[in-house]
Design a protein around this ligand. Structure first.
Ligand SMILES: C[S@@+](CC[C@H](N)C(=O)[O-])C[C@H]1O[C@@H](n2cnc3c(N)ncnc32)[C@H](O)[C@@H]1O
Length: 353
């Protein structure tokens, strides 16, 4: 077996586990991504750069052009320029690009928990806050592009009797991380799956983002009236927890390559899991949003007017390639979905009829 790479964070977590006992996989993932000093996101990774951990929609001009178009259409529907609140702004590239395509100045705020990424966002002139509670409610357009998939997941496994066990991370006698299953750390896991009518098969692993509920409530608290677009990969609960996906949806990325051991390269690799769109839509409704709809990214970009990019910004080999990458069903067009929400009483979100 290839030995795992020891990192400063893996040493710290092993020390904590030896002192206090096994931690839930959710806590392990939270530390791996957001440990205050050594977390993957805390350190401010170069998301989107060629040497960075992975690419996102944020690096494509036509994507930001369409978001700016949607925001301006929303301004017209509400009757004033909306404050734009971007959750999880990465390096700030998306905010920067969206701003460059807007025809009127808008207030743009990034809600970013990572100090390293906040520094990068500030360095290019974006206003950032660490938590939504720092914002007062006003008419706003909210955006979350590939953010919820970065929330830590609880990993659970069907016990074959209709119940579940939860995965914990422990340290064995050789000083290696090992996975162990035990009784769930919270009854909310069982409640979430039961509410969705999901029964995991014996040995089937499912990844559960419980943090979605609080996130949606926080998001709703920053807007008096407006829209929210969540762009991410995922599925409805029956598909996500289908037995054919019996190993769950957790994935690891290191230097733009998918790797396969979540307990390796702790704090240096990205960890992500598919969203449960059923849970996202329910959490949004519970928080006071009206779900407007959900469609593939490619279809939404076309509905908003990605073709206008050629006329208004210009066409080049690069821009043609970007439009193809963003919209083609074989590329990002059917990788991501756009989930749209509004405050009650508004017309549909631009791009959704
Ligand atoms: C995969 S990156 C996407 C960055 C950017 N949206 C883009 O498309 O390039 C995930 C982002 O979500 C942020 N994030 C993680 N947990 C968050 C939370 N609870 N609230 C807001 N942002 C969060 C990360 O720090 C990072 O900026």
């Amino acid at each position: 077996m290839v030995p795992r790479t020891e990192t400063e964070l893996s040493r710290l977590l092993k020390h904590a586990i030896r002192a206090e006992g096994a931690m839930s996989f959710r806590e392990f993932m939270q530390q791996a991504l957001c440990h205050p000093e050594f977390g993957f996101y805390t350190r401010g990774p170069d998301i989107g750069s060629l040497s960075g951990p992975f690419q996102t929609n944020a690096k494509y001009g036509p994507f930001a052009f369409c978001l700016a178009g949607a925001i301006e259409q929303a301004d017209a529907l509400i009757g004033e320029p909306l404050r734009i609140v971007e959750f999880g702004g990465g390096t700030g590239e998306l905010g920067n690009r969206v701003g460059s395509f807007l025809h009127r100045p808008h207030e743009y705020v990034v809600v970013e928990p990572s100090p390293g990424l906040r520094n990068k966002q500030r360095a290019i002139g974006l206003r950032t806050v660490a938590h939504p509670s720092e914002l007062s409610p006003c008419p706003s357009f909210l955006l979350a592009n590939e953010v919820l998939d970065a929330f830590p997941v609880h990993r659970v496994m069907g016990d074959g009797r209709g119940g579940i066990q939860e995965m914990y991370v422990d340290v064995d006698g050789h000083g290696e991380f090992v996975e162990r299953f035990d009784v769930p750390s919270t009854p909310l896991l069982r409640a979430r799956l039961e509410s969705e009518g999901i029964v995991l098969g014996r040995g089937q692993v499912g990844d559960v983002h419980l943090g979605i509920d609080a996130f949606m409530a926080d998001a709703r608290s920053v807007l008096s009236v407006g829209y929210f677009l969540v762009i991410d990969y995922g599925m409805t609960a029956p598909d996500l927890y289908h037995y054919s996906r019996r190993n769950g949806s957790l994935r690891c990325y290191y230097r733009q390559r998918q790797v396969h051991d979540p307990l390796d390269l702790v704090g240096e690799q990205d960890l992500t899991a598919d969203l449960d769109f059923t849970a996202v839509e329910r959490a949004a409704a519970h928080a006071g949003f009206e779900p407007v709809g959900r469609q593939w990214q490619g279809a939404w970009l076309k509905a908003i007017g990605i073709d206008l990019y050629r006329k208004q910004v210009g066409s080049s080999d690069d821009s043609e390639r970007d439009i193809e990458t963003l919209t083609s069903p074989s590329q990002l067009g059917s990788t991501f979905e756009v989930l749209a929400f509004r405050t009650p009483g508004l017309p549909p979100v631009p791009g959704f009829s």
